[in-house]
Design a protein around this ligand. Sequence first.
Ligand SMILES: Nc1ncnc2c1ncn2[C@@H]1O[C@H](COP(=O)(O)OP(=O)(O)O)[C@@H](O)[C@H]1O
Ligand SMILES: [Mg+2]
Length: 222
Amino acid sequence: MFEAKNITKTFNGEGGEAAVLNGADLLVEPGRFVSIVGRSGSGKTTFLNILSTLLAPDSGELLYRGEDITHASRARLNELRRRDFAVIFQFHHLLPYLTARENVLLPYMQGLGPVTAAVRRRADACLDRVGLSGKGGKLPGHLSGGEQQRVAIARALVKESAILFADEPTGNLDKETGDAIMGLLGELKHEGLAIVMVTHDEEYAARADRAVRMADGMVLKQ
Ligand SMILES: Nc1ncnc2c1ncn2[C@@H]1O[C@H](COP(=O)(O)OP(=O)(O)O)[C@@H](O)[C@H]1O
Ligand SMILES: [Mg+2]
């Protein structure tokens, strides 16, 4: 359902040009959980940002449900990011002055559609789904790191996205909380969500349906 072919990316830094991706490929089948593992600096975040269309590749192709989105218009990319693609980061990127419920509703506030009573009920159902019943009124600063990551996952759920891109979602969590987040991702996969997770944690990577490894700017194993 999602495919990246021969992706390249070079950054111009202080030390000159650095080729970070040298022809990286990835195939994600519908409803599958794929993990990308690799040491720090191997280009995982760069690759994930390209997959989720936050960053443009220098060359290569991105295909989503058969559509070539490599050179899609800004309007089409915004549409995909608003609905189909969800992204969660290591440092969850919640807005600190919005409550958990408002953070979950953010895709609607950003143009997905009107925040109707039904949408509010859906947001609460998503908060329930990630184990945050009754915490919708709290500000992120009053939630633990694991709870904040759950809010970010609930925000991905409320949109009914087709594919979730997660960059080190357990990266700044303790083992127990990280395990719980991994359990939750596994459940969402069983409910039909495709997931691409980047991690440097070999154990978590192995829990996916398929683990691929990045090194030298390429995906080594598919
Ligand atoms: N915006 C940028 N400008 C210059 N260099 C970058 C930029 N983003 C990442 N890099 C470099 O690209 C390499 C890969 O980074 P990254 O994709 O973050 O790897 P990972 O997520 O596997 O740790 C690193 O050497 C990093 O310094
Ligand atoms: Mg990274």
